[in-house]
Design a protein around this ligand. Structure first.
Ligand SMILES: *Cc1c(COP(=O)(O)O)cnc(C)c1O
Length: 224
């Protein structure tokens, strides 16, 4: 019951229109089912094979979101069912997604991931790189991907001001891209930002999707 309770608490804080991605990476299907039975339908995973295994076992009306760094060779595992890929950080990856989606006869929704944190390890595009990608002829020819917004991960810090500035920066990137590349496209509208520790700030800064794991499912235990 605790998982459902946590979800309810979070939903009660989220403004209308902000969607909750329950990040279930490393968690067993039982935990996901518990959340599902409480009404949750969107789940986020960061490993393609793990996501595929869970997809096979669980109800088919679940919306699976890939939130972690995705290697080109692993796109094939999720291309037939993934609802949204949050972590597109290169033209090469987008090309691969386009190709695998074409094989499946579908269009896959994607977010461009931006580097907004101070930490050098966090993945993501710089603004100029995103512009270059969107201007490229290769991208313009793609028929099987649709870019519906942006995603970012803030620095892991106690400094609220810094986190707020990073989310603000992401919103600004979003608005600039909207203006320059997606003006006539109502589907370009998602701002995926905010995790367990900082989603309240993200919502204040305009998030349309928050990705919350440990605040719902408890701490993760990683085994290598
Ligand atoms: C793991 C992860 C989350 C969720 O993190 P929590 O702190 O457990 O809420 C969100 N986004 C990404 C990209 C993640 O990898």
């Amino acid at each position: 019951m605790e998982i459902q309770e946590q979800i309810k608490n979070i939903l009660s804080i989220l403004p209308e229109g902000v969607r909750l991605v329950a990040v279930s990476k490393t968690k067993p299907v039982e935990a996901i089912l518990d959340a599902y039975n409480g009404g949750q339908r969107i789940f986020g995973e960061n490993r393609p094979q793990e996501m595929m295994a869970k997809y096979r076992e669980l109800p088919k009306d679940i919306e699976w979101h890939m939130i972690g760094q995705l290697q080109e060779k692993n796109v094939k595992y999720i291309a037939s069912f993934v609802a949204l890929i949050h972590s597109v950080d290169s033209l090469r990856l987008l090309m691969k997604i386009d190709k695998e989606a074409a094989n499946q006869g579908r269009v896959i929704d994607c977010l461009l991931e931006f580097h907004i944190a101070q930490e050098p390890t966090k993945a993501g595009l710089r603004y100029e790189e995103a512009e270059e990608l969107l201007k490229s002829e290769v991208y313009r020819q793609m028929q099987h991907v649709r870019i519906v917004g942006v995603m970012g991960i803030a620095t892991f810090t106690d400094c609220e001001l810094q986190i707020r500035q990073e989310f603000h920066q992401l919103k600004e990137y979003f608005l600039r891209l909207k203006q320059h590349f997606f003006k006539e496209d109502p589907m370009f509208r998602e701002l995926s930002m905010g995790m367990s520790g900082d989603y309240r700030i993200a919502v204040e800064e305009g998030a349309t999707m928050v990705r919350i794991g440990s605040a719902i499912f408890g701490k993760r235990i990683y085994t290598v």
